[in-house]
Design a protein around this ligand. Structure first.
Ligand code: ATP
Length: 257
C-alpha cells in the first residue's frame, strides 16, 4: 500500500512540508490468555507528528509499544511502517525505528559509552564514536561516559535510554513514559528535544505519559486508550469541542477514568 501524503499548507508556501504516513495500525488485538490488552485498535502516524497516548494503568499503552517494536506478537491485526508489512520487513524497518522506556535499563556492567557503542555498531553507524559523543552531550552524560551504567540514578538511566533512542536518527520514535523519573529541568529539555526532532528531522513520535500537561504541550494529536480500546483520537482542541470538555483533564476523566 503506497504511503498517504497529506499536504499541510499550500505547496507554494515556504513552510510547505508534505507529511507522509509512516505507521499504519489496523485492527490490532493482543490477548494474553483471557486478558485482552488491545482490542482491535486502528490509527495512523505521520512524519513530523507527535501522538500522545494516554490512559489509566493497564489500558494497554505498553503492550501497544511492545507490539510496534515486535517484542510482543499481536493476536491479530496489521502493522505497516513506511507502507511495508512490519513482520515481513522487520529488520529493515527496525533500522529506522527506535524507542526508550522508563521500564528498560541498559546492561549495568558496561560503561555508558560502551553501551551506546554496542547499539551504534548494531545500527551500522558510519561514525559511531562521534554520534555516541553527540547524543551523550545532548543528555548531559558526556562527562560520565567512562562510568559503569550501574552507578546511574534512575533519571540518569532514562537519559541514557533516550540518548540510545536518538543514535540512528530514527524516522519513528516510540517513547514509553519518556519523562517519568526525570527532574523538572531534564523533563523540560526532553520535551523540547522531542518537539525539535519532530519539527526539524520530521521524526514521527508516539509517546505515552500520565502527565496530561505534558501531553497537552507537545502532542499534535492524542489517543485515549481505556481497557484496550480507543475512546478518542484526534487533535486536543477538536476533541474538547466534540466531547464538550473544558480541559484535557476533564476529557480524560470522562473517557478514561
Ligand atoms: P501502565 O500505565 O500501568 O504502564 P499500560 O497502559 O501500559 O499500564 P499494559 O502494561 O499494556 O498497560 O497492560 C495492559 C493489560 O495487559 C493489563 O491488564 C496487564 O495486566 C496485561 N498484560 C500486559 N503484559 C502481560 C503479559 N505479559 N502477560 C499477561 N498479561 C499482561
Amino acid at each position: 500500500m503506497a504511503p498517504t501524503v497529506v499536504v499541510r499548507v499550500h505547496p507554494r508556501d515556504p513552510l510547505y512540508l508534505p507529511m507522509h504516513t509512516v505507521l499504519e495500525v489496523e485492527d490490532l488485538t493482543k490477548c494474553f490468555g483471557k486478558i485482552c490488552a488491545l482490542k482491535g485498535i486502528s490509527f495512523t502516524l505521520c512524519s513530523g507528528e507527535i501522538l500522545g497516548v494516554v490512559g489509566p494503568n493497564g489500558a494497554g499503552k505498553t503492550t501497544l509499544i511492545n507490539c510496534l517494536l515486535g517484542l510482543v506478537l499481536p493476536t491479530s491485526g496489521k502493522i505497516r511502517y513506511f507502507g511495508k508489512d512490519f513482520f515481513r520487513n522487520r529488520s529493515q524497518i527496525l533500522a529506522k525505528v527506535n524507542f526508550a522506556s522508563s521500564y528498560v535499563a541498559l546492561p549495568l556492567s558496561l560503561t555508558l559509552e560502551e553501551n551506546l557503542l554496542v547499539y551504534a555498531h548494531l545500527y551500522g553507524l558510519r561514525e559511531p564514536r562521534e554520534r555516541v559523543a553527540e547524543v551523550l552531550k545532548i543528555f548531559g552524560l558526556y562527562e560520565k561516559r567512562k562510568r559503569r551504567t550501574r552507578t546511574l540514578s534512575s533519571g540518569q538511566m532514562m537519559r541514557l535510554c533516550l540518548a540510545k533512542a536518538l543514535l540512528n536518527h530514527p524516522r519513528v520514535l516510540l517513547l514509553d513514559e519518556p519523562t517519568a523519573g526525570l527532574d523538572p529541568e531534564v523533563a523540560q529539555k526532553t520535551r523540547d528535544l522531542i518537539l525539535n526532532y519532530a519539527r526539524q528531522e520530521r521524526t514521527a513520535v508516539l509517546f505515552t505519559s500520565h502527565n496530561l500537561a505534558e501531553v497537552e504541550r507537545i502532542s499534535s494529536r492524542i489517543l485515549v486508550l481505556q481497557k484496550g480500546q480507543i475512546r478518542a483520537l484526534g487533535k486536543i482542541a477538536k476533541l474538547l469541542e466534540e466531547f464538550e470538555a473544558e480541559s484535557l483533564e476533564e476529557l480524560y476523566f470522562r473517557l478514561a477514568a
